[in-house]
Design a protein around this ligand. Structure first.
Ligand SMILES: Nc1ncnc2c1ncn2[C@@H]1O[C@H](COP(=O)(O)OP(=O)(O)O)[C@@H](O)[C@H]1O
Ligand SMILES: [Mg+2]
Length: 581
């Protein structure tokens, strides 16, 4: 609870002071208006019944005072709401920054639907915490002012109201536990439902392909039913709670009315006092509000808690403290070891024995190194290590004659052009997608990059040319077109190092040829590591490393390796010889 509060304070940031100053101010003004009106009612009644003329002036003063304070109330209430909106805006911005600092392992082990709901539902639900702060403050202030007011007007009624308040308190306390348990089930069911829904949306091709629609629909329908059941159960409990509260306060009203009449007839109570007291049944509301404030707060904290987990995640540091080798190589890895078990990814790895150990690789500036080997050998992992997506456990890395630790991860990534097998295309126009490589690129640079990537021609054939929307993940483009846009994006960045991870492997031979041409042009003069499956790329490389089980099994030029008659030789004859003949 204390931790939750601390986190909320952190989220509120500099708005904290403003919020907690404004909140009690409008609550006090609000309660003050209520009481003044009750008091004015008393004066009015006394005036009519007892012709109590002296009171008329006070009454007019009270009424006009109330109107003026109402204006103040509106102003402060408005300012308060403005702070709340400010807070919500700042939370969204802060959350986005936190997400950007997450390490890549987080995204691998977290469902994207989960992350999106953190942005929307959870940031929004933080607002319910504020709703509770308001309830609590309003109730406390109202009770502090109301109860003495009634006691001063008439001690007997004050006692009755306090008695009924105590009963309400006990009654509502009894509901805390069952409601909390029911609410927990609701939240669990809700999470399951949104996961179900986002799976269907993100995986729709697979869903259609495998005719999973009806299977997923029945799964979804079950989830919806569960949501309904848990919601309905909670609703029944709420109804019971409300009903009982109603019975108690109606009885209290009934009792005060009867007693009021009796006392007034007997002459032990002024009719005006009775009128003022009878408008004070808001006390019951305040009491039940206060009693349920704690569980409601806990409920509201559930949302902020989910957000807190995100803020508490390990963040990617600015740089990795990895020594260099003092060589003048373009890229050099020395005795590097790594296993996918950092950043709390244990679950994913309990069954995964893969590790890189004692890996040494080097490539001179401006030269090309090809990595070959069977799938699962660790080639893509090497590329990810060079990009700083994961931190090596041990070993040294030198890049462009500088130690790895002399680069911030941001610099490192801006030095490197990375084209994976299935490059990510953002939902936007083609121009935007290319520009992501260099956000301040000029029109000429964009077109130039597209021409170099062999993409310009297909782009101008699109209905809106460079302004064509590509859809989510570039769904409106073919695989080859997407790759060419990704290459244009890498070209416009003009990096000194290139990492190509099977950049053409998922393409038909026509697109492959076009892309290979583009890449060959682009690679000239750059330090490149190509993870390749195409013979010509491999043969053109200055060196070849055969990667097996996380280390270099063979190394040399094409002809050296063939002469060795080892793994490369075997791969060559298995994969390429038929095509070569
Ligand atoms: N994010 C990850 N978490 C855990 N294991 C992974 C991850 N990515 C890849 N691996 C494992 O690392 C091994 C090497 O994968 P990879 O580097 O992609 O091989 P290659 O590119 O040579 O086919 C595989 O056994 C794979 O299952
Ligand atoms: Mg791979």
């Amino acid at each position: 609870m204390l931790k939750d509060m601390k986190f909320i304070f952190r989220l509120m940031g500099k708005n904290k002071g403003r919020y907690f100053t404004l909140l009690p101010i409008w609550c006090i003004i609000g309660s003050f208006i209520d009481i003044s009106l009750s008091y004015a009612l008393k004066l009015l009644t006394d005036f009519f019944l007892y012709k109590n003329n002296e009171n008329i002036l006070i009454m007019v003063l009270v009424f006009s005072g109330t109107i003026v304070t109402s204006i103040f109330f509106c102003v402060f209430f408005h300012l308060h709401n403005k702070v709340k909106e400010d807070i919500l805006r700042d939370i969204r911005i802060m959350t986005f920054r936190e997400v950007q600092k997450l390490p890549s392992s987080y995204f691998k082990s977290t469902h994207s639907g989960d992350l999106v709901s953190k942005f929307n539902a959870d940031t929004q639900s933080v607002i319910t915490v504020f709703g509770e702060f308001e309830n609590i403050t309003e109730s406390i202030i109202s009770l502090f002012l109301r109860i003495p007011f009634v006691l001063i007007l008439d001690f007997r009624f004050g006692a009755i109201l306090l008695g009924f308040s105590a009963i309400t308190g006990v009654l509502n306390a009894l509901f805390i536990k069952p409601l909390r348990e029911k609410h927990k089930v609701i939240l669990e069911n809700k999470a399951a439902l949104s996961k179900e829904a986002s799976e269907t949306v993100t995986g729709f091709t697979a869903v259609r392909m495998f005719s999973l629609s009806s299977y997923l629909r029945s799964k979804f329908e079950k989830s919806v039913q569960d949501n309904f059941d848990s919601g309905w159960k909670a609703a029944k409990t709420y109804t019971l709670q409300r009903g009982l509260n109603g019975i108690i306060w109606n009885s209290s009203n009934f009792l005060t009315t009867i007693l009021g009449c009796v006392f007034v007839i007997k002459g032990t109570l002024q009719a005006g006092n009775y009128m003022a007291i009878s408008t004070s049944n808001g006390i019951g509301w305040s009491v039940s509000n206060l009693i349920s404030a704690l569980p409601n707060l806990q409920k509201a904290f559930a949302g902020s808690n989910r957000l807190k987990q995100l803020y508490d995640e390990n963040k990617e540091p600015d740089l990795y403290d990895i020594e260099g080798t003092d060589s003048d190589m373009g890229i050099q890895l020395l005795d590097v070891s790594f296993a996918y078990n950092e950043n709390g990814n244990a679950e994913e790895n309990s069954h995964n024995q893969f590790r890189i150990s004692g890996l040494s690789l080097e490539i001179e500036k401006g030269k090309t190194l090809a990595l070959v080997g069977d799938s699962g050998g660790g080639k893509s992992t090497i590329a990810k290590l060079l990009l700083g997506l994961f931190k090596v456990d041990d070993g040294k890395i030198q890049i462009n004659g500088k130690s790895y630790k002399d680069y911030s991860l941001e610099q490192l990534r801006s030095e490197t052009g990375y084209v994976p097998q299935d490059a990510y295309i953002f939902n936007g126009t083609i121009r935007e997608n290319i520009k992501y490589g260099k956000t301040d690129a000029s029109e000429g640079e964009i077109v130039n990059a597209a021409v170099l990537a062999n993409a310009h021609e297909f782009i101008i054939d699109q209905p809106n040319g460079y302004e064509t929307y590509v859809g989510e993940r570039g769904i409106r483009l073919s695989g080859g077109q997407r790759q060419r846009i990704a290459i244009a994006r890498a070209i416009i960045k003009n990096p000194s190092i290139l990492l190509l991870d099977e950049a053409t492997s998922s393409l038909d031979s026509e697109s492959e040829k076009m892309i290979q041409e583009a890449l060959d042009r682009f690679m000239r003069g750059k330090t490149s590591i190509v993870i390749a499956h195409r013979l010509s790329t491999i043969m053109n490389a200055d060196r070849i490393c055969y990667i097996k089980d996380g280390s270099v099994a063979e190394e040399g030029t094409h002809s050296e390796l063939l002469a060795k008659k080892g793994l490369y030789h075997e791969l060559y004859y298995r994969e390429f010889a038929q095509n070569a003949i």
